[in-house]
Design a protein. Structure first.
Length: 430
């Protein structure tokens, strides 16, 4: 166990149990000392066994403060490089191209914690921006302080002439400046990450924080006002699409800022009364997005040209006579308005009965005969197998993908080939 700002830090691996002594989590009056933001977040399942509180970590990894006294450091089952790679591949849907994060991949000896992964990689992307030079753009503004630019008659009349002020004027100017939206977003994200890293007690946290501090003066001319996550989510896709070839090096840093703003896998959570900030990665969500991206990329070649839909965004009614209840399969395939097959991404190590019931409900709602679970391959597991067939003829399969493969491109093609085969996609299927 380590210490962090007076907290005892318990290490564990995702989906493993961690036993915490009851004295560390219960106040003298008998109440449970757990931050409300954490207890309702879904980070852990909590049980009580033999005088110990047992927390089972779920699909979230990172340094997760539980209370003012303890924190849990959850490490992923997949390698850090694999996690970074999945995050990169999710980025393909942002601008229609594969992301450009591979050049920032890091070896396992350099970093072992997911929260530092984000800091390390964002710092690397930010450093490249600073070294190559901040992009300057012409930005429109209005000024009353200098006689330059185009006079704005209606503004001058409304602001000054109507009040009897004759010596003041309003001008429209377009200045070439680094104080533009892309640089403001990068600066805001860097400052937020810096606050998170300052809460760490490890040398690597201090090193990343020091690197950000050294880089921030390069952004001194950039407005430091906070930018809302919603604004970043709306603006980053447009900013990346508009990047000229000379400034493509901006894309990785903007993409990482987008991940945080949209809470797509990576969040910076502020918890507790002191608002301790920590980078937390929802690996289950990253894995789901990664699998969906692969299916979308191979839709024409491997899945009969089907539309590949996200049930979270396009739910399907469970009943035919009303739409009160909806099903939300992770991935479903449709062709000319007809549902064809379903894939359900499960990052957790074991499929439970409730998962099978849920997938069968998806099949019933969409009148689909073939569906498959998709999960990371564990040691000793096969590429694919059949879970079983119901009396009504519905087939449930299981397909795995090796997240630690030496050649991800080869493994991805093998995976989509297996998924296509078990779901019945073939030349004669349509």
């Amino acid at each position: 166990m380590d210490e962090l700002g007076g907290r005892t830090v318990y290490p564990c691996v995702e989906y493993d149990d961690i036993a915490v002594p009851i004295r560390d989590i219960v106040r003298p009056d008998g109440s449970v000392d757990v931050y409300p933001e954490v207890s309702g977040s879904g980070y852990f399942d909590i049980d009580y066994r033999r005088g110990m509180l047992v927390l089972r970590s779920k699909g979230f990894v990172g340094l997760i403060p539980i209370s003012d006294r303890i924190a849990i450091r959850v490490r992923p089952r997949a390698s850090i490089r694999s996690l970074l790679y999945m995050m990169e591949r999710m980025g393909r849907r942002l601008d229609g191209e594969t992301g450009r994060l591979r050049e920032y991949q890091i070896s396992e000896t350099e970093v072992t914690d997911p929260e530092f992964l984000y800091g390390h990689v964002f710092v690397a992307t930010l450093r490249k921006v600073a070294e190559r030079g901040l992009r300057k753009q012409y930005v429109r503004s209005e000024t009353e302080r200098s006689l330059r630019g185009r006079p704005l008659i209606h503004r001058t009349v409304g602001r000054f002439r109507a009040k009897g002020i004759r010596h003041q004027h309003v001008f429209e100017v377009h200045d070439l400046t680094a104080d533009n939206r892309a640089n403001r977003i990068l600066k805001a994200t860097a400052e937020r990450l810096l606050r998170s890293l300052l809460g760490g007690a490890r040398p690597e946290d201090a090193a990343a924080a020091r690197a950000i501090r050294e880089l921030l003066p390069r952004f001194a001319m950039v407005n430091g006002n906070a930018i809302l996550p919603g604004q970043i989510a709306r603006e980053v896709p447009r900013l990346i699409a508009a990047l000229p070839a000379s400034h493509e090096f901006y894309e990785p840093a903007l993409w990482l800022a987008y991940l945080v703003a949209t809470r797509r896998g990576v969040t910076i959570e502020a918890v507790g009364q002191a608002k301790f900030e920590s980078v937390i990665v929802n690996v289950a969500e990253v894995f789901e997005g990664y699998v969906r991206t692969l299916c979308q990329e191979y839709a024409i070649e491997m899945f009969g040209g089907c539309d590949v839909a996200d049930g979270n965004l396009m739910p399907v009614p469970l009943f035919t006579d009303n739409s009160r209840c909806h099903t939300k399969p992770d991935i479903y395939f449709a062709r000319r308005g007809t549902y064809v097959a379903i894939a359900d991404a499960k990052y957790k190590p074991k499929i439970g009965a409730e998962d099978r019931y849920e997938l069968l409900a998806f099949c019933e709602a969409q009148n689909v005969r073939k569906a498959a679970f998709v999960s990371p391959r564990q040691q000793g597991q096969q590429d694919s197998w059949m879970e079983g067939m119901t009396l009504s003829g519905r087939e449930i399969h299981h397909v795995t993908i090796d997240l630690n493969a030496d050649d991800p491109d080869v493994e991805e093609r093998r995976f989509v080939g297996n998924l296509s085969r078990v779901l019945g996609f073939s030349a004669s299927a349509f």
